[in-house]
Write a protein that binds this ligand. Structure first.
Ligand SMILES: Cc1cc2nc3c(=O)[nH]c(=O)nc-3n(C[C@H](O)[C@H](O)[C@H](O)COP(=O)(O)O)c2cc1C
Length: 176
């Protein structure tokens, strides 16, 4: 899959990072890990265009046929670091491309607000957020072993299967 997976947790030991690296490894995708990718805070100044990471992000986003955005739910929204990354991008990078959304929550019935927040922002970027979405709770992770449980893997696979359908459809319609 010519797809860009984004890890949206700033925490090196975050559960979202386990999810995102699972996706990148299992489906052999391009990957940006925002817990280590040194993106500055977007300030709209021209000189930010020359920063290596900003250029790299834009190139990778332009080349991708679609995106899988993984975020922790922080205070009922996506992480600040993910929103900051998206602020560097625009419809040039997202138009007509499928986007899969996965949130990692605290287990108290959270996660839906982060998904809705990402969906609103992706629409603003002109991306096509697919209908199937997913919240993973702590119970879906084996944090000691830094991996998803098999239930967690199955849930993720369901999202990816639908995402592949939309990638294929976009290709057939010559969007890309
Ligand atoms: C600042 C902050 C705000 C949080 N807000 C929420 C929330 O609104 N809803 C929720 O379900 N969990 C919330 N949590 C719990 C996280 O979503 C949960 O711990 C998740 O695993 C974090 O992902 P991470 O481990 O990848 O950072 C919050 C955690 C932090 C640190």
């Amino acid at each position: 899959m010519n797809v860009l997976v984004i890890n949206g947790t700033p925490r090196k030991h975050g559960r979202t990072r386990i999810l995102a690296s699972h996706l990148a490894d299992t489906y052999n995708t391009k990957y940006i890990d925002l817990s280590s990718f040194a993106l500055p805070l977007y300030n709209g100044e021209k000189d930010q265009q020359d920063i290596k990471e900003v250029k790299q992000l834009k190139e990778m986003a332009l080349e991708a046929d679609g995106f899988i955005l993984c975020t922790p739910e922080y205070h009922s929204g996506m992480s600040g670091i993910l929103k900051n990354m998206l602020d560097f991008l625009g419809s040039d990078h997202f138009k007509n491309k499928p986007v899969a959304l996965i949130a990692v929550a605290g287990g108290g019935k959270g996660g839906i607000n982060a998904l809705n927040n990402m969906r609103t922002v992706v629409r603003g970027l002109y991306g096509n957020a697919i209908p199937r979405q997913l919240v993973l709770d702590p119970v879906h992770f084996n944090t000691d072993q830094r991996m998803l449980t098999s239930d967690g893997e199955d849930l993720v696979e369901n999202v990816v299967e639908e995402f592949k359908f939309y990638l294929e459809t976009a290709k057939r319609l010559s969007f890309k």
